[in-house]
Design a protein around this ligand. Sequence first.
Ligand code: HPA
Length: 271
Amino acid sequence: MRLEADLAARTALALEPRLGGGNVDVFLTLGSGLASVADRIESPVDIPMAALPNVAVSTVPGHTGVLRYGTLAGKQVLAQLGRIHLYEGHDAADVTRTVSVASLLGADTFLVTNAAGGLEPSWAPGDLMLVEDHLNLTGTSPLLGVLRDDAPVFLDMAGAYDAELRDLALRIAAEQGVELRRGVYAGLVGPAYETPAEVRMLRALGAQAVGMSTVLEVIAARTHGMRVLGMSSITNVHGEGVATSHREVIEVGARAAEHLAGIVLGVLEAC
Ligand code: HPA
């Protein structure tokens, strides 16, 4: 942990001067096709992730490796456009480092979005889901090998997705006339999409959505004591023998992104 804390601290030191002395209230991670929220950031400063020490850069189409700092709905936000995934060959510490960095820079709230596959047959591409809980099925954790003086090793994950922020998101979605479904997000390593047998398994486990991100970032955020709000854009719905393509994930995500952006702005204003 000494090493991980040092890595994140060095990244934070390199990032801080680029924020013009400003603080960070909220860290925002924008999933595949969900970057339009970042278009609304005022006085934006873009920091290429490649310019920062100890930060990996995503190589996946549809994911750009930029941190954007600025004002959104009255809050100082740091938004990550293009997250790092396990399936790119990075480890859990790399995947979650920017969360730790944002926490070091003062962020006490983590707003995480992702593109996900729906597991409920009645759902449709373009639906949005509030993440109420998750299943970490990646087989790893950012806490592996980590010893901290300031946080328990055996992190409590009950209530990881903040109840007040969930209520707020549901209220704002209702006010905006946007249906926000609710469910459990299963995080897998990927990068292959799920087989029909795996889809049946995930349903049996009680998941409503499946993706390849988020769960490790949320564990990291909770270990830093951040409040977490998670939302999924359902880009495809699994059915027997239905193929899943990355192009579909990007295109449908872009449409749902507008509704998601509205909810994010409303939550930021009120939180
Ligand atoms: N499975 C895993 N990850 C995803 C999916 C999916 O069906 N859709 C978007 N991300």
